[in-house]
Design a binder for this molecule. Structure first.
Ligand code: PEP
Length: 251
C-alpha cells in the first residue's frame, strides 16, 4: 500500500487548555519514534494555539473539528479557515455525524466547508456514514453516495489532493459496536470506487479512507488489515494518551 496511514483523534468537547496540552505532550513524547504513520489530534478551538505550541517539532499534526465556510464576516461564534490555519491547524474535520445530527449540518454546508478548507490549504477530513435506520432500510450505499457526491460537488479535483474521507457508521460512534471487517471492507471499496467516479481515478487511488466508530487498541490491527482502510478517526479512545498511542502503534 502506498497510502500513508493516518490515525486521527477527535477530542470533541473535552479537555480544557491545560488538559489538552498535557495529553498532547504525552502523545507527542510517546509517539516520537513513529515514522510510518501520520498522527493528528483535533482539540477544541480554544486549545488550538496552546496545543500547536506543545506539538511544535514533534511528529503529531494538529486539526480542528469544524469551520465556517465564509472567510470572515458577521457570523457570531464562528471560526474561518484562515483563523484555524493561523492557530496552527493543518487538518479540519468536516461533516461529523454529531454536527449533522445536532447542528443542522447538511450536505450543502459540508460542500461549502470542503471548498473553503481546500481553497485555504487546510486538509479536509470529510465524514460520511449511515444511521442504523438507513442501514436497516437497505439505504447504506445510497446515503453514502449522496454524502460524498454532494460533499465534493463541483470542487476542482486539483484542490482535493489532500482530501481524507472518514467512514463513520453513526451506529458505531461512541457505542462500543465496531462495524465488522466485511462491512468495513465493502463500504471502503465502494467509497474508493465512488471517489474515482465523482472526482478522478487518480485521486481515488491516493485518497486516505479512514474508519471511525469505537476504534480501540483491541480492534485497530484487524481494521488496518483491510485493504482500503488507511487509518482511523478515533473519538473516545483518543482522549487518553496511553490508549491513543497504543492505537497509533497498532503494529
Ligand atoms: C468519532 O466521534 O469520530 C468517533 C469515531 O467516536 P468513537 O471512537 O468514540 O466511536
Amino acid at each position: 500500500m502506498t497510502r500513508r496511514p493516518l490515525i486521527a483523534g477527535n477530542w470533541k468537547m473535552f479537555k480544557t487548555g491545560p488538559e489538552a496540552v498535557d495529553t498532547a505532550t504525552h502523545i507527542a513524547k510517546a509517539c516520537a519514534d513513529v515514522r510510518d504513520v501520520d498522527i493528528m489530534i483535533a482539540p477544541a478551538y480554544v486549545c488550538l494555539p496552546l496545543v500547536a505550541e506543545a506539538l511544535a517539532g514533534t511528529p503529531v499534526h494538529l486539526g480542528a473539528q469544524n469551520l465556517h465556510f465564509e472567510n470572515q464576516g458577521a457570523f457570531t461564534g464562528e471560526i474561518s479557515a484562515d483563523m484555524l490555519k493561523a492557530a496552527g491547524a493543518e487538518y479540519v474535520i468536516i461533516g461529523h455525524s454529531e454536527r449533522r445530527q445536532y447542528f443542522d449540518e447538511t450536505d450543502e454546508t459540508v460542500n461549502k466547508k470542503i471548498r473553503s478548507a481546500a481553497d485555504k490549504g487546510l486538509k479536509p477530513i470529510l465524514c460520511v456514514g449511515e444511521t442504523d435506520a438507513q442501514r436497516e432500510a437497505g439505504n447504506t450505499f445510497l446515503t453514502l453516495d449522496k454524502q460524498v457526491s454532494d460533499g465534493v460537488n463541483s470542487v476542482d479535483p486539483k484542490d482535493l489532493q489532500d482530501l481524507v474521507v472518514a467512514y463513520e457508521p453513526v451506529w458505531a460512534i461512541g457505542t462500543g459496536h465496531t462495524a465488522g471487517p466485511d462491512q468495513v471492507d465493502e463500504v471502503h471499496r465502494f467509497l474508493r470506487d465512488l471517489l474515482g467516479k465523482r472526482i478522478s481515478p487518480d485521486l481515488a487511488r491516493n485518497v486516505r479512507i479512514l474508519y471511525g466508530g469505537s476504534v480501540n487498541p483491541g480492534n485497530i490491527r484487524e481494521l488496518m488489515c483491510i485493504q482500503d482502510v488507511d487509518g482511523a478517526l478515533v473519538g473516545g479512545a483518543s482522549l487518553d494518551a496511553k490508549i491513543f498511542t497504543q492505537i497509533v502503534k497498532f503494529d
